[in-house]
Design a protein around this ligand. Structure first.
Ligand SMILES: Cc1cc2nc3c(=O)[nH]c(=O)nc-3n(C[C@H](O)[C@H](O)[C@H](O)COP(=O)(O)OP(=O)(O)OC[C@H]3O[C@@H](n4cnc5c(N)ncnc54)[C@H](O)[C@@H]3O)c2cc1C
Length: 335
Protein backbone atom coordinates (compact mmCIF):
# COMPACT_ATOMS: atom_id res chain seq x y z
CA UNK A 1 0.00 0.00 0.00
CA UNK A 2 1.00 3.61 -0.39
CA UNK A 3 0.65 5.07 3.10
CA UNK A 4 0.99 8.66 4.33
CA UNK A 5 1.85 8.94 8.02
CA UNK A 6 1.13 12.44 9.26
CA UNK A 7 3.13 13.21 12.41
CA UNK A 8 6.59 12.03 13.41
CA UNK A 9 5.81 11.46 17.06
CA UNK A 10 6.35 8.18 18.84
CA UNK A 11 3.27 6.60 17.16
CA UNK A 12 4.12 7.85 13.66
CA UNK A 13 7.78 6.87 13.84
CA UNK A 14 6.93 3.41 15.19
CA UNK A 15 4.47 2.90 12.34
CA UNK A 16 7.05 4.11 9.83
CA UNK A 17 9.41 1.44 11.08
CA UNK A 18 6.82 -1.37 11.24
CA UNK A 19 4.96 -0.59 8.01
CA UNK A 20 7.87 0.77 5.99
CA UNK A 21 9.27 -2.69 5.22
CA UNK A 22 6.28 -3.90 3.23
CA UNK A 23 4.60 -0.69 2.13
CA UNK A 24 5.49 2.52 0.41
CA UNK A 25 5.49 4.93 3.35
CA UNK A 26 5.87 8.71 3.41
CA UNK A 27 6.03 10.52 6.76
CA UNK A 28 5.18 14.20 7.15
CA UNK A 29 5.92 16.46 10.10
CA UNK A 30 5.09 20.10 10.48
CA UNK A 31 8.39 20.85 12.24
CA UNK A 32 11.50 21.63 10.25
CA UNK A 33 14.37 19.15 10.34
CA UNK A 34 16.53 21.53 12.38
CA UNK A 35 13.71 22.52 14.69
CA UNK A 36 12.42 18.99 15.18
CA UNK A 37 11.81 18.09 18.83
CA UNK A 38 9.86 15.63 20.94
CA UNK A 39 7.79 17.90 23.19
CA UNK A 40 7.47 15.66 26.22
CA UNK A 41 9.18 15.09 29.58
CA UNK A 42 10.79 11.90 28.20
CA UNK A 43 9.77 9.69 31.12
CA UNK A 44 8.75 6.10 30.48
CA UNK A 45 8.84 2.59 31.88
CA UNK A 46 11.35 0.11 30.49
CA UNK A 47 8.93 -2.76 31.10
CA UNK A 48 6.41 -1.17 28.76
CA UNK A 49 8.53 0.25 25.98
CA UNK A 50 11.43 -2.17 25.49
CA UNK A 51 9.53 -4.70 23.39
CA UNK A 52 8.37 -2.02 20.95
CA UNK A 53 11.97 -0.89 20.50
CA UNK A 54 13.06 -4.50 20.00
CA UNK A 55 10.38 -5.10 17.36
CA UNK A 56 11.96 -2.25 15.39
CA UNK A 57 15.49 -3.57 15.85
CA UNK A 58 16.49 -1.06 18.55
CA UNK A 59 17.88 -1.70 22.01
CA UNK A 60 15.98 0.62 24.34
CA UNK A 61 18.83 0.67 26.90
CA UNK A 62 20.88 2.69 24.39
CA UNK A 63 18.43 5.58 24.79
CA UNK A 64 18.15 5.67 28.59
CA UNK A 65 19.65 8.81 30.13
CA UNK A 66 18.46 8.39 33.72
CA UNK A 67 17.45 5.30 35.69
CA UNK A 68 14.95 6.12 38.43
CA UNK A 69 15.19 4.57 41.89
CA UNK A 70 12.62 6.50 43.89
CA UNK A 71 10.08 9.17 43.06
CA UNK A 72 9.34 11.85 45.63
CA UNK A 73 5.76 13.03 45.42
CA UNK A 74 5.00 16.26 47.22
CA UNK A 75 1.38 16.13 48.35
CA UNK A 76 0.29 19.25 50.22
CA UNK A 77 3.80 19.72 51.62
CA UNK A 78 4.11 16.09 52.78
CA UNK A 79 6.23 13.54 50.94
CA UNK A 80 5.09 10.21 49.51
CA UNK A 81 8.01 8.06 48.35
CA UNK A 82 7.36 5.65 45.50
CA UNK A 83 9.81 2.86 44.73
CA UNK A 84 10.58 2.71 41.02
CA UNK A 85 10.80 -0.42 38.87
CA UNK A 86 12.23 0.64 35.53
CA UNK A 87 10.92 4.19 35.34
CA UNK A 88 13.52 6.12 33.41
CA UNK A 89 14.14 9.12 31.20
CA UNK A 90 15.25 8.48 27.65
CA UNK A 91 16.40 10.50 24.67
CA UNK A 92 13.03 10.49 22.96
CA UNK A 93 14.09 12.70 20.09
CA UNK A 94 16.92 10.34 19.11
CA UNK A 95 14.65 7.32 19.64
CA UNK A 96 12.03 8.71 17.27
CA UNK A 97 14.62 9.71 14.70
CA UNK A 98 16.17 6.24 14.80
CA UNK A 99 12.78 4.55 14.46
CA UNK A 100 12.19 6.47 11.25
CA UNK A 101 15.73 5.91 9.94
CA UNK A 102 15.71 4.94 6.26
CA UNK A 103 12.12 6.09 5.67
CA UNK A 104 10.99 8.94 3.44
CA UNK A 105 10.45 11.69 6.04
CA UNK A 106 9.38 15.13 4.86
CA UNK A 107 9.91 17.82 7.47
CA UNK A 108 8.38 21.28 7.53
CA UNK A 109 5.04 20.20 6.04
CA UNK A 110 1.84 21.03 7.87
CA UNK A 111 -0.66 18.57 6.43
CA UNK A 112 -4.37 19.26 6.13
CA UNK A 113 -7.09 17.20 4.46
CA UNK A 114 -6.85 19.45 1.43
CA UNK A 115 -3.06 19.59 1.15
CA UNK A 116 -2.45 15.86 0.84
CA UNK A 117 -2.19 14.24 -2.61
CA UNK A 118 -5.20 11.95 -3.24
CA UNK A 119 -3.24 8.89 -4.35
CA UNK A 120 -2.54 7.38 -0.91
CA UNK A 121 -4.29 4.11 -0.07
CA UNK A 122 -4.23 5.03 3.59
CA UNK A 123 -3.58 8.22 5.54
CA UNK A 124 -2.64 7.89 9.20
CA UNK A 125 -3.37 10.82 11.49
CA UNK A 126 -0.58 10.52 14.07
CA UNK A 127 -0.57 14.23 14.88
CA UNK A 128 -1.18 13.90 18.62
CA UNK A 129 -3.12 16.86 19.94
CA UNK A 130 -3.96 18.50 16.61
CA UNK A 131 -5.90 15.79 14.72
CA UNK A 132 -6.49 17.89 11.60
CA UNK A 133 -7.62 14.96 9.43
CA UNK A 134 -10.41 13.57 11.58
CA UNK A 135 -13.62 15.17 12.86
CA UNK A 136 -13.23 17.44 15.88
CA UNK A 137 -13.77 15.84 19.28
CA UNK A 138 -16.75 17.10 21.25
CA UNK A 139 -15.99 17.98 24.89
CA UNK A 140 -12.28 17.35 24.52
CA UNK A 141 -10.50 17.50 27.89
CA UNK A 142 -7.09 19.11 27.47
CA UNK A 143 -4.63 19.95 30.21
CA UNK A 144 -2.35 22.90 29.34
CA UNK A 145 1.33 22.11 29.92
CA UNK A 146 4.55 24.12 29.86
CA UNK A 147 8.02 22.72 30.15
CA UNK A 148 11.59 23.97 30.46
CA UNK A 149 14.86 22.20 29.94
CA UNK A 150 17.16 23.54 32.65
CA UNK A 151 20.88 23.08 33.19
CA UNK A 152 22.22 23.06 36.75
CA UNK A 153 25.72 23.15 38.18
CA UNK A 154 24.25 21.28 41.13
CA UNK A 155 20.97 19.47 40.59
CA UNK A 156 18.21 20.27 43.13
CA UNK A 157 17.11 16.60 43.10
CA UNK A 158 18.93 13.53 41.85
CA UNK A 159 15.81 11.56 40.93
CA UNK A 160 12.17 11.99 39.85
CA UNK A 161 10.27 14.66 41.79
CA UNK A 162 6.59 15.44 41.36
CA UNK A 163 4.23 17.83 43.13
CA UNK A 164 0.49 17.31 42.80
CA UNK A 165 -1.98 20.15 42.45
CA UNK A 166 -4.99 20.18 44.76
CA UNK A 167 -7.97 18.22 43.33
CA UNK A 168 -5.52 16.32 41.09
CA UNK A 169 -6.09 18.88 38.35
CA UNK A 170 -2.50 18.34 37.29
CA UNK A 171 1.04 18.18 38.61
CA UNK A 172 4.50 19.70 38.52
CA UNK A 173 7.35 17.45 37.37
CA UNK A 174 11.13 17.40 37.63
CA UNK A 175 12.69 14.65 35.47
CA UNK A 176 16.52 14.33 35.39
CA UNK A 177 18.13 13.84 31.98
CA UNK A 178 21.47 12.56 33.16
CA UNK A 179 23.78 15.31 31.86
CA UNK A 180 23.19 18.02 34.45
CA UNK A 181 19.97 19.02 32.72
CA UNK A 182 16.38 18.16 33.56
CA UNK A 183 12.87 18.70 32.33
CA UNK A 184 10.95 20.96 34.65
CA UNK A 185 7.32 21.38 33.75
CA UNK A 186 3.75 21.39 34.89
CA UNK A 187 0.28 20.86 33.55
CA UNK A 188 -2.85 22.03 35.28
CA UNK A 189 -6.49 22.14 34.27
CA UNK A 190 -6.87 25.19 36.55
CA UNK A 191 -3.99 27.00 34.84
CA UNK A 192 -1.76 27.25 37.92
CA UNK A 193 1.09 25.49 36.13
CA UNK A 194 3.16 28.58 35.21
CA UNK A 195 2.97 29.85 38.77
CA UNK A 196 4.29 26.55 40.10
CA UNK A 197 7.16 26.43 37.61
CA UNK A 198 8.11 30.05 38.35
CA UNK A 199 8.18 29.41 42.06
CA UNK A 200 10.38 26.31 41.58
CA UNK A 201 12.79 28.20 39.31
CA UNK A 202 12.97 31.03 41.82
CA UNK A 203 13.93 28.56 44.52
CA UNK A 204 16.27 26.59 42.25
CA UNK A 205 17.55 28.95 39.55
CA UNK A 206 19.38 27.33 36.65
CA UNK A 207 20.21 28.04 33.03
CA UNK A 208 17.11 27.68 30.87
CA UNK A 209 18.16 25.86 27.72
CA UNK A 210 14.74 25.45 26.09
CA UNK A 211 11.07 26.18 26.67
CA UNK A 212 8.22 24.34 25.00
CA UNK A 213 4.89 22.76 25.78
CA UNK A 214 1.44 22.03 24.52
CA UNK A 215 -1.77 20.78 26.07
CA UNK A 216 -2.13 17.07 26.63
CA UNK A 217 -5.37 15.30 25.73
CA UNK A 218 -6.79 13.15 28.53
CA UNK A 219 -10.11 12.43 26.80
CA UNK A 220 -10.18 8.62 26.53
CA UNK A 221 -10.41 6.81 23.16
CA UNK A 222 -14.11 5.99 23.57
CA UNK A 223 -14.84 9.74 23.46
CA UNK A 224 -12.40 10.46 20.61
CA UNK A 225 -14.40 8.68 17.94
CA UNK A 226 -14.50 8.31 15.04
CA UNK A 227 -11.07 6.68 14.82
CA UNK A 228 -11.33 6.46 11.07
CA UNK A 229 -13.07 8.29 8.26
CA UNK A 230 -12.79 6.74 4.80
CA UNK A 231 -9.11 5.98 4.24
CA UNK A 232 -7.96 8.24 7.10
CA UNK A 233 -7.25 6.51 10.39
CA UNK A 234 -6.14 7.99 13.71
CA UNK A 235 -3.53 6.58 16.07
CA UNK A 236 -1.96 7.60 19.37
CA UNK A 237 -2.94 10.76 21.19
CA UNK A 238 -5.01 11.93 18.22
CA UNK A 239 -7.51 9.29 19.37
CA UNK A 240 -6.93 9.75 23.09
CA UNK A 241 -4.34 7.17 24.13
CA UNK A 242 -3.05 8.99 27.20
CA UNK A 243 -3.44 7.50 30.67
CA UNK A 244 -5.58 10.24 32.26
CA UNK A 245 -4.22 9.91 35.79
CA UNK A 246 -0.60 10.51 34.76
CA UNK A 247 -0.80 12.30 31.41
CA UNK A 248 1.38 9.43 30.21
CA UNK A 249 1.06 8.84 26.48
CA UNK A 250 4.23 7.24 25.12
CA UNK A 251 3.56 3.58 25.87
CA UNK A 252 -0.22 3.82 25.23
CA UNK A 253 0.44 5.43 21.82
CA UNK A 254 2.86 2.63 20.94
CA UNK A 255 0.29 0.05 22.05
CA UNK A 256 -2.29 1.76 19.87
CA UNK A 257 0.11 1.86 16.90
CA UNK A 258 0.75 -1.85 17.29
CA UNK A 259 -3.02 -2.50 17.25
CA UNK A 260 -3.14 -0.66 13.94
CA UNK A 261 -0.29 -2.76 12.54
CA UNK A 262 -2.19 -5.91 13.52
CA UNK A 263 -5.48 -4.70 12.04
CA UNK A 264 -4.32 -2.62 9.10
CA UNK A 265 -6.67 -4.36 6.68
CA UNK A 266 -9.67 -4.28 9.00
CA UNK A 267 -10.39 -0.84 10.48
CA UNK A 268 -13.70 -1.82 12.17
CA UNK A 269 -11.73 -4.46 14.03
CA UNK A 270 -9.00 -1.92 14.85
CA UNK A 271 -11.72 0.25 16.43
CA UNK A 272 -12.99 -2.70 18.50
CA UNK A 273 -9.49 -3.62 19.65
CA UNK A 274 -8.67 -0.02 20.66
CA UNK A 275 -11.92 0.29 22.61
CA UNK A 276 -11.25 -3.02 24.35
CA UNK A 277 -7.61 -2.33 25.14
CA UNK A 278 -8.23 1.17 26.51
CA UNK A 279 -11.57 0.46 28.25
CA UNK A 280 -10.14 1.12 31.70
CA UNK A 281 -9.16 4.65 30.56
CA UNK A 282 -12.90 5.53 30.66
CA UNK A 283 -13.01 4.76 34.34
CA UNK A 284 -9.76 6.58 35.08
CA UNK A 285 -10.98 9.59 33.09
CA UNK A 286 -14.29 9.74 35.00
CA UNK A 287 -12.38 9.40 38.26
CA UNK A 288 -10.01 12.30 37.45
CA UNK A 289 -12.91 14.37 36.13
CA UNK A 290 -14.80 13.88 39.38
CA UNK A 291 -11.77 15.20 41.27
CA UNK A 292 -11.38 18.19 38.94
CA UNK A 293 -15.11 18.98 39.04
CA UNK A 294 -15.21 18.68 42.82
CA UNK A 295 -17.66 15.75 42.71
CA UNK A 296 -15.31 13.20 44.25
CA UNK A 297 -16.36 11.36 47.39
CA UNK A 298 -14.58 8.33 48.77
CA UNK A 299 -17.74 6.22 49.39
CA UNK A 300 -18.99 7.02 45.87
CA UNK A 301 -15.67 6.37 44.12
CA UNK A 302 -14.15 3.66 46.32
CA UNK A 303 -14.95 0.94 43.77
CA UNK A 304 -13.36 2.90 40.91
CA UNK A 305 -10.30 3.58 43.05
CA UNK A 306 -9.99 -0.14 43.83
CA UNK A 307 -10.32 -1.08 40.14
CA UNK A 308 -7.65 1.46 39.13
CA UNK A 309 -5.39 0.24 41.94
CA UNK A 310 -5.78 -3.40 40.85
CA UNK A 311 -5.19 -2.48 37.22
CA UNK A 312 -1.91 -0.71 37.99
CA UNK A 313 -0.82 -3.09 40.77
CA UNK A 314 -0.91 -6.01 38.33
CA UNK A 315 1.11 -3.96 35.82
CA UNK A 316 3.87 -2.50 38.01
CA UNK A 317 6.58 -3.19 35.42
CA UNK A 318 4.52 -1.59 32.69
CA UNK A 319 4.08 1.56 34.86
CA UNK A 320 7.65 1.38 36.15
CA UNK A 321 6.72 1.82 39.78
CA UNK A 322 5.52 0.08 42.92
CA UNK A 323 1.80 0.55 43.33
CA UNK A 324 0.64 0.62 46.97
CA UNK A 325 -2.91 1.37 48.05
CA UNK A 326 -1.94 3.51 51.05
CA UNK A 327 0.27 5.75 48.92
CA UNK A 328 -2.38 6.08 46.23
CA UNK A 329 -4.90 7.06 48.92
CA UNK A 330 -2.53 9.72 50.27
CA UNK A 331 -2.10 11.19 46.78
CA UNK A 332 -5.79 11.00 45.88
CA UNK A 333 -7.00 12.40 49.19
CA UNK A 334 -4.19 14.95 49.37
CA UNK A 335 -3.38 13.85 52.91
C1 LIG B 1 4.75 18.72 28.12
C2 LIG B 1 4.41 17.26 27.97
C3 LIG B 1 5.12 16.31 28.69
C4 LIG B 1 4.81 14.95 28.55
N1 LIG B 1 5.56 14.03 29.21
C5 LIG B 1 5.33 12.71 29.04
C6 LIG B 1 6.17 11.74 29.65
O1 LIG B 1 7.15 12.05 30.32
N2 LIG B 1 5.88 10.43 29.42
C7 LIG B 1 4.81 10.02 28.67
O2 LIG B 1 4.59 8.82 28.52
N3 LIG B 1 4.01 10.93 28.07
C8 LIG B 1 4.26 12.25 28.22
N4 LIG B 1 3.48 13.17 27.57
C9 LIG B 1 2.44 12.69 26.64
C10 LIG B 1 3.12 12.15 25.38
O3 LIG B 1 4.18 12.98 24.99
C11 LIG B 1 2.14 12.04 24.21
O4 LIG B 1 0.90 11.55 24.63
C12 LIG B 1 2.69 11.10 23.14
O5 LIG B 1 3.96 11.53 22.73
C13 LIG B 1 1.73 11.05 21.96
O6 LIG B 1 2.39 10.48 20.86
P1 LIG B 1 1.85 10.69 19.39
O7 LIG B 1 2.86 10.07 18.50
O8 LIG B 1 0.45 10.24 19.33
O9 LIG B 1 1.82 12.28 19.17
P2 LIG B 1 2.96 13.38 19.29
O10 LIG B 1 4.11 12.89 20.08
O11 LIG B 1 2.29 14.62 19.76
O12 LIG B 1 3.47 13.59 17.80
C14 LIG B 1 2.68 14.25 16.86
C15 LIG B 1 3.59 14.78 15.75
O13 LIG B 1 2.75 15.28 14.71
C16 LIG B 1 3.26 16.49 14.22
N5 LIG B 1 2.11 17.20 13.64
C17 LIG B 1 1.04 17.71 14.32
N6 LIG B 1 0.17 18.23 13.44
C18 LIG B 1 0.68 18.05 12.20
C19 LIG B 1 0.22 18.37 10.90
N7 LIG B 1 -0.96 18.93 10.68
N8 LIG B 1 1.01 18.05 9.84
C20 LIG B 1 2.21 17.45 10.04
N9 LIG B 1 2.68 17.12 11.25
C21 LIG B 1 1.92 17.41 12.32
C22 LIG B 1 3.89 17.15 15.44
O14 LIG B 1 4.90 18.07 15.06
C23 LIG B 1 4.46 15.94 16.18
O15 LIG B 1 5.81 15.68 15.82
C24 LIG B 1 3.76 14.54 27.69
C25 LIG B 1 3.04 15.49 26.98
C26 LIG B 1 3.36 16.84 27.11
C27 LIG B 1 2.58 17.85 26.32
Amino acid sequence: MKIAIVGLGVAGSYLASRLGKENEVVVFDRLSKDGFDAVCAWGTAKGGISKFAKDCGLNFENYVVHNGREMQVNVNGGTVRIGLKGLCCFDKKRFITDLAEGQDVRFGQYVTKESLAPDYDMVIDATGLIRPLLPKIKDDLLIPCVQYRVKYKELPFDDFYVKTFPTLSGYFWYFPLGDGTCHIGAGDYNHKHNEEIDSFLKRYPGEIVKKNGRPVRITPPSLCQPFYDGKIVGVGESIGTVYPMLGEGIIPSLQCAELLVENLQDLPRYREEVLKHFKVYDLVYRFIKSKIDGNFSLPLHAKSLWTIYRYMRTREDRYGMEIRMLKIMKIVLGA
